[in-house]
Design a binder for this molecule. Structure first.
Ligand SMILES: Cc1cc2nc3c(=O)[nH]c(=O)nc-3n(C[C@H](O)[C@H](O)[C@H](O)COP(=O)(O)OP(=O)(O)OC[C@H]3O[C@@H](n4cnc5c(N)ncnc54)[C@H](O)[C@@H]3O)c2cc1C
Length: 77
């Protein structure tokens, strides 16, 4: 199966990750997934659409891949 994922914000990145690893957990054929992003990098709103002088306050413990956690001394996002 071929799947196109549109947008490299948090939703698109999660979708891509799970599509690429689905065969390991669900007993399905390997899925060929490709992500398309119109901006110059990944991150969606977190990359390019913040208020001037604002800081993102998401928790690094709660907003993370469970198998790719930040280190204790990494800053919050
Ligand atoms: C000002 C602001 C501050 C925020 N602050 C926080 C915060 O501090 N903490 C927090 O947890 N949440 C915050 N949020 C909410 C958070 O940003 C969103 O919940 C999250 O970004 C949604 O992710 P998403 O992937 O659905 O969409 P988005 O992050 O919007 O990503 C969509 C992506 O799709 C791309 N795209 C769109 N159309 C196309 C197309 N036709 N072809 C290719 N690419 C396309 C866009 O360029 C973008 O990269 C904030 C939101 C805003 C607006």
């Amino acid at each position: 199966m071929k799947v196109a994922v549109i947008g490299a914000g948090p939703s698109g990145l999660f979708t891509l990750k799970y599509l690429l690893t689905a065969h390991q957990y669900l007993g399905v054929e390997k899925i060929e997934a490709r992500l398309f992003e119109s901006e110059g990098g990944v991150g969606g709103t977190f990359l390019a659409r913040t208020y001037e002088d604002a800081e993102l306050v998401s928790s690094k413990q709660l907003t993370t891949f469970s198998d790719f956690r930040p280190k204790d001394d990494d800053p919050d996002f």
